[in-house]
Ligand binder design. Structure first.
Ligand SMILES: [Zn+2]
Length: 251
């Protein structure tokens, strides 16, 4: 129904992007996985594009072009949406495992690798004109120590090649972001929210690496209220006091 669909879009646009990096924000497009009150944000390809716009991965013009193309290739759009969801869950399981010191499942790594391979087949190195400013490394990745050699022109940057019209581009963007994070020193800063039942992932950018909550205003305050309740009662809070009452993560 159109009304329900537009409500879903509004909820995507209201999502708080707390992951700190594209691939983690993507894993947070569902909440409370596997439970009866799981909160899916991406029901179809159009939702994927709305999210890509919201997350800043796609321009408005690019998003419109992809939607136009999706309308003429509905089967491919459906398959791409399914691929996106499968990648999202493989990424969630992998980062969740790594954040708690467990090894990721080989089947998940294989699934991520398959999409990463597709993504990097559509990337090429493009020379940058000299600008006097050193090229920025990809987000979350520490620059390599200088080799002592003078830079060639303005250096090089990764550029999408013959991919602009590909329906899969948003999925490749997420896969590339995941590949960069998985191979960076920032991997050790990936955390899963400590909130009860909360499965959101984020990059802990705090100086002493002490961030526990996806959002202090949500899971953090809920846990605080639960502790206060227990203190006043001199015992444990009833389960109802900790229950989440809505999809409060939206901004
Ligand atoms: Zn949380």
């Amino acid at each position: 129904m159109r009304c329900a669909m537009s409500e879903t879009r509004d909820r995507i646009l209201g999502m708080n992007l707390i992951g700190g990096v594209l691939c983690l924000d993507f894993t947070n497009t569902i909440g409370w996985r596997g439970g009866p009150d799981s909160d899916e944000k991406l029901y179809d390809y159009e939702d994927l594009i709305v999210w890509g716009r919201h997350a800043g991965a796609l321009s408005e013009r690019h998003g419109k072009e992809l939607l136009k193309r999706a309308a003429s290739e509905p089967a491919r759009a459906r398959a791409t949406h399914q691929q996106a969801i499968a990648l999202r869950e493989a990424l969630y399981r992998t980062f969740s495992s790594l954040s708690s010191g467990r090894s990721p499942r080989p089947i998940d790594v294989a699934q991520i690798n398959a999409v990463v391979g597709d993504a990097y087949r559509h990337l090429r190195l493009a020379p940058r004109p000299p600008s006097g400013i050193a090229p920025r490394p990809p987000s979350g990745i520490a620059p390599r120590p200088s080799s002592g050699l003078a830079p060639l022109g303005g250096g090089f940057a990764w550029e999408w090649h013959e991919a602009e019209g590909a329906l899969e581009l948003p999925v490749w963007m997420v896969a590339r972001s995941a590949a960069e994070l998985l191979t960076s020193d920032s991997l050790g800063r990936v955390r899963e929210c400590a909130g009860e039942k909360c499965d959101w992932l984020f990059l802990d950018a705090s100086r002493n690496r002490s961030r526990r909550w996806c959002d202090m205003a949500e899971c953090g305050n809920r846990a605080k209220a639960r502790r206060n309740y227990a203190r006043r009662r001199g015992g444990a809070a009833p389960r109802g006091a900790a229950a989440r009452t809505g999809r409060g993560r939206e901004a």
